[in-house]
Design a protein around this ligand. Structure first.
Ligand code: NAP
Length: 427
């Protein structure tokens, strides 16, 4: 029996999927007991040179030739963007075709709805490639760690920002130079907003948290702050305390309440995630039974991402052969209750510039103690020729809303020149 596949998109990832399906045809057929065959491929431009050996009659510009094709069992969406990809996925599911996608935008926004639709039409829906490209972390969470209760996830899930932060830390580059370098090397888009402002990572964290906590986490509930304000001075200042700065996604579940955030975060330079350099990704999971475990690897790229897509296709094909297609579906079991700022606890790093006058430091500590904030570590450095001092400190764990109020009050201290930077610390 041949299992027929329709591709929506034949760009970077689609090309990789084609190469893997043709290059490993026999090995894949041996593993799943069926041959996989691409029947139809949707593209925008049929005449485009693609460097792939594809019979021209396979290509179409009409998506209905894929999603309505009577012989196609699995539709693989690799176009990207929300529309029309979302509508095409819906149409495929409504035609009882299982769907594999690499599209984090669609899954972060519409994952729960699509899972319901898939269940209604008894189809499978898989999206391993949507988070951390070549790292099988979704399958690791849903299958490998199914027996455990995962209560915390920390992830480096965006290669662009990890590349920039690595270059700032190790080569001493400033943010703009590191970004330009990432663009020249193809790690950053010409418009890098989605990556550098943390939106891409936030979508991936919403997907990870939804699966880990079995709850449909909405993108708008994720606290997001990007790396565009991180300065070379900050990188130097955190080194004084033995930290590095990385864009870290954190998802936690405590007492039935959830918090999800993406922000530049200080990690001890000995933390396993601190060793994840350049464009690489890693996801660090905390489970009550497993303890701590880390998934590491390439987060994007033609062939790494294609491995995730083809593994999903193989899972769907196996399900079909076993007659369990559309039956083992994930559904959110709980409405997530998100923590408020009064319930979120964290440690913070703060760098402020003050006038070099007697009593300013006392005033800062007074504001802090008024909000039940205590200081774990503090350093004062004179700025040459300016009669100013840099105060760098790390707090003990505190309540986020207390810290927010303290920051507002600090700004009113007469001797305070500027709050230069403020970052969460994950020890
Ligand atoms: N690239 C990665 O490393 C990576 C990693 C993880 C996940 N992903 C995800 O994988 C998906 C695909 O990414 P990609 O990098 O392969 O994208 P890409 O290189 O831009 O390819 C997109 C493909 O979709 C086709 N397409 C786009 N819009 C279309 C439309 N309206 N109608 C018909 N065809 C359309 C394009 O056709 P033409 O070729 O004719 O232009 C092209 O073949 C995205 O969701 C992305 O987020 C990518």
């Amino acid at each position: 029996m041949k299992i027929k596949i329709g591709l929506l998109g034949l760009g970077t990832v689609g090309g990789g999927v084609h190469k893997l399906l043709s290059g490993r045809k026999e090995a894949i057929a041996r593993q799943i007991g069926s041959e996989l065959e691409i029947e139809k491929i949707l593209v925008r431009d049929i005449a485009k040179a693609r460097g792939l050996d594809i019979p021209p009659q396979l290509l179409t510009t009409d998506y209905r030739e894929v999603v309505n094709h009577p012989e196609i069992d699995i539709v693989v969406e690799l176009m990207g963007g929300i529309e029309p990809a979302y509508q095409y996925i819906r149409a495929a599911l409504q035609n009882k075709k299982s769907v594999v996608t690499a599209n984090k935008d669609v899954i972060a926004d519409y994952g729960v709805r699509l899972h319901r639709l898939a269940a209604e039409y008894e189809a499978d829906l898989c999206y391993e490639a949507s988070v951390a490209g070549g790292i099988p972390v979704l399958r690791g969470l849903v299958q490998g760690l199914a027996s455990d209760e995962i209560y915390k996830i920390m992830g480096i899930v965006n290669g662009t920002t990890n590349y920039i932060m690595t270059q700032m830390t190790e080569a001493g580059l400033d943010y703009q130079t590191a970004l330009k370098q990432a663009q020249v090397l193809g790690f950053a888009e010409p418009d890098p907003t989605n990556d550098v402002e943390g939106l891409d990572a936030a979508r991936k964290m919403a997907i990870l948290a939804s699966l880990a906590f079995s709850a449909g986490i909405k993108m708008e509930t994720v606290k997001v702050k990007g790396i565009s304000q991180v300065t070379a001075e900050d990188i130097q200042a955190v080194k004084e305390f033995g930290y590095v700065i990385k864009l870290i996604g954190v998802a936690k579940q405590e007492n039935g309440k959830v918090e999800v955030s993406v922000e530049p975060t200080l990690l001890r330079d000995s933390h396993p995630l601190a060793t994840v350099k350049n464009e690489f990704n890693a996801i660090y999971l905390y489970g009550h039974a497993v303890g701590q475990t880390m998934f590491y690897g390439p987060g994007a790229g033609e062939m790494p991402t294609a491995t995730a897509v083809v593994s999903d296709i193989m899972e769907v094909a196996r399900n079909k052969k076993l007659g369990v297609g559309g039956k083992g579906l994930w559904q959110p079991t709980a409405q997530p209750v998100m923590k408020t700022a009064d319930e979120i606890e964290a440690k913070y790093f703060l760098r402020v510039v003050v006038k070099d006058e007697i009593g300013v430091l006392n005033k800062i500590t007074e504001v802090f103690s008024g909000h039940q904030i205590s200081i774990e570590n503090i350093l004062q450095k004179l700025e040459k020729n300016q009669n100013q001092a840099n105060i760098i400190l790390v707090t003990h764990r505190l309540i986020q809303s207390n810290f927010e109020q303290a920051l507002l009050e600090l700004q009113k201290i007469p001797g305070l020149v500027d709050i230069r930077s403020c970052y969460k610390v994950e020890d």
